[in-house]
Design a protein around this ligand. Structure first.
Ligand SMILES: [Zn+2]
Length: 601
């Protein structure tokens, strides 16, 4: 998740706007207007997401810089942050050796990161990201201090030693400072310096979108992931630090601090690397999953132990459901963890941050308004789904964050189905349609660390639910979802690549369906007319060539497929009354009786 959470909050705030019914067509027009205005007003942009691996060998091995970014809308800092610059493309991170001392007394940190990389292209300056106000103390390679210059949040180091292609080298960056404090974690991230209700320090990091370089030096590019990583965090003796992967050692230091050395044996997104330091209790359990025993470790605040024991019982049915639909949990070697955090939550890989107060729903609320969302804990379900979609299968560029959020949102529908049946799952996802804004496209701008609309959640989930109807074969659909997890396991992938994979596996060209839902603010509208027993129909508000089949009642109480295009076609109706004509509500489309009123979906 990451963003999941933030946008959910924004969407919740927006629901008030939709309390009075407006016709979908009017809503669409209003949305378009709003979008135009927004376009005019601006390039206001927030900082965004982070990093991955595998396609990396393909994409990065080629060592080619990214396509030209749009510098008229996005400032240079966004390009430095979001594109595969020439100073990034020639080296491929294989290992981060991160050591950070966390000092709650003055909200400062200090430490070093050993960046090991493989040379994959002609060396030049090396771009390493570390955000202000943090300061680099030195950069060292082969025992030699390096010269470097700073350009905002990016540092450029000159490497005097030869960098032959294929060779493995290490640069160590020493740094310190008082990192940006999160103003509204996890959405507006950074360091969280909180206290538990007993007054003890409770520290966490959350940096999706903003970037891991807000607290440690790295190549802060979404597609870049190391193959493995050490996370050694030093905290005051009174606290326990829980990071990603497995705890390898605990060292008491002479200065009343303790170092917790965690190790991640898999590729990991930079923004998933986390500090969680508090007075924790530990619950350990295991789950017999598709790949054997999976360790489950829960780290609630000490005084929340009993509540955690009850609430976290939801983890096993969640894992069972997701392994059924998505395939094996992706990180058996690193285990599964929930760590209580002083913010709502974040999909920190193999150490999901949990801050939903041991309540069902999203902070006690049901986003769908159907009641089904109160049957389970939103953060356990949504953030854990990101272990498959987001952490294992990662979008190459933040512009394609729908790969993370649309699938994580869709997992809520599937989990409801696992627990309460197919009708309940469908009711849940359809219930979230009121949160769709159609304000701007879901796919954002590439190479500038930009994300598209928050519609990547509810509209994205509804798009996937709609595609399931089009595929019209649940076992095949499940095979596609499991196939995605398997084919792109521990890799970065572009949205386009994923779309064509789904089309291929489904045996149908879904490119126009993706184009419609992901790159426009249109909602496919089935225009129809009934004359006697003849139904005339066509698609409007669609991209050229859109021809998605849809189910309607050609006969009473039976749904059958029709294959509308932008041209009028006819079909025979066998209905007792024309007014009983319906379009299957599982499809996220609008139906519009050209002789009557528009019907909302
Ligand atoms: Zn999410």
């Amino acid at each position: 998740m990451r963003k999941t959470v933030p946008l959910v909050a924004a969407a919740l705030a927006a629901t008030a706007l939709f309390t009075t019914p407006i016709t979908p067509l009017a809503a669409q027009q209003a949305a378009k207007q709003a979008e135009k205005q927004a376009e005019k007003q601006a390039p206001a942009r927030a900082t965004k997401p982070a990093a991955k691996r595998a396609a990396k060998d393909a994409a990065k091995g080629a060592a080619k810089p990214a396509a030209k970014p749009d510098t008229t809308r996005f400032p240079r800092a966004d390009t430095l942050r979001g594109s595969n610059t020439a100073e990034r493309a020639w080296w491929d991170v294989t290992f981060y050796d991160l050591h950070v001392k966390v000092n709650p007394a003055d909200s400062s940190i200090s430490g070093w990161n050993g960046i090991t990389y493989r040379v994959v292209g002609t060396a030049r300056e090396m771009q390493i990201d570390l955000q202000v106000p943090l300061e680099v103390d030195s950069m060292v390679q082969d025992g030699q201090a390096l010269r470097y210059r700073r350009d905002g949040n990016a540092f450029f180091a000159t490497l005097p030693a030869p960098q032959p292609v294929g060779q493995s080298k290490t640069v160590t960056v020493y740094y310190h400072g008082r990192p940006r404090v999160a103003t509204r974690a996890p959405w507006d991230g950074g360091f969280v310096w909180a206290h538990d209700s007993a007054g003890h320090s409770w520290i966490a990091t959350a940096c999706e979108g903003l970037g891991a370089s807000v607290w440690w030096p790295n190549k802060d590019l979404q597609r870049e992931e190391p193959d493995s990583q050490r996370v050694a965090i030093t905290v005051p003796d009174s606290l326990i630090n829980v990071s990603n992967g497995r705890l390898r050692s605990t060292t008491r230091n002479p200065d009343s601090t303790t170092t917790y050395e965690w190790f991640v044996q898999n590729p990991i997104n930079n923004y998933d690397v986390a500090v969680n330091a508090a007075r924790y209790e530990h619950i350990s359990d295991s789950y017999q999953g598709e790949e054997g025993p999976l360790t489950l470790d829960y780290w609630p605040l000490a005084y929340n132990l009993a509540r955690a024991q009850t609430q976290f019982a939801q983890v096993k049915p969640m894992l069972a459901c997701f392994e059924h639909w998505f395939g094996p949990y992706p990180w058996y070697r690193d285990g599964y963890k929930l760590v209580e955090a002083p913010h709502l939550g974040m999909e920190h890989q193999s150490a999901v941050a949990y801050g939903n107060h041991y309540e069902n729903g999203y902070l006690g609320r049901d986003l769908s308004g159907t009641g089904w969302g109160l049957k389970w804990d939103f953060i356990i379900v949504h953030e854990s789904a990101h272990e498959w979609f987001g952490n294992s299968v990662t979008a190459e560029d933040p512009a394609d964050m729908w790969i993370h959020e649309s699938f994580a949102n869709y997992s809520e529908n599937l989990y409801t189905e696992c627990q309460n049946g197919k009708a309940a799952g469908a009711a849940y996802v359809m219930g979230t349609r009121k949160l769709i804004r159609n304000d701007k496209p879901i796919v954002g701008h590439f190479n500038v660390n930009d994300e598209g609309s928050g519609d990547m959640y509810y509209k994205g989930g509804n798009m996937l639910h709609t595609i399931r109807q089009v595929v019209n074969d649940d076992e095949k659909w499940r095979g596609i979802l499991r196939g995605i997890s398997k084919t792109f396991r521990h890799q970065v992938v572009s949205g386009k690549r994923l779309e064509s994979y789904i089309s291929q596996q489904a045996g149908m060209d879904l490119s126009k369906v993706f184009e419609e839902y992901l790159t426009t603010t249109l909602v496919p509208t089935l225009e129809y007319r009934i004359r006697g027993t003849t139904l005339s129909y066509r698609w409007s508000h669609v991209v050229p060539g859109f021809a998605m089949p849809v189910k309607v009642t050609l006969a009473d109480s039976t749904m059958s497929f029709i294959h509308p295009t932008e041209k009028w076609q006819t079909a025979k109706l066998d209905l007792k009354s024309p007014s009983s004509f319906r379009v299957d509500e599982n499809f996220y489309v609008i139906s519009h009786d050209m002789d009557g009123a528009a019907t909302s979906r």
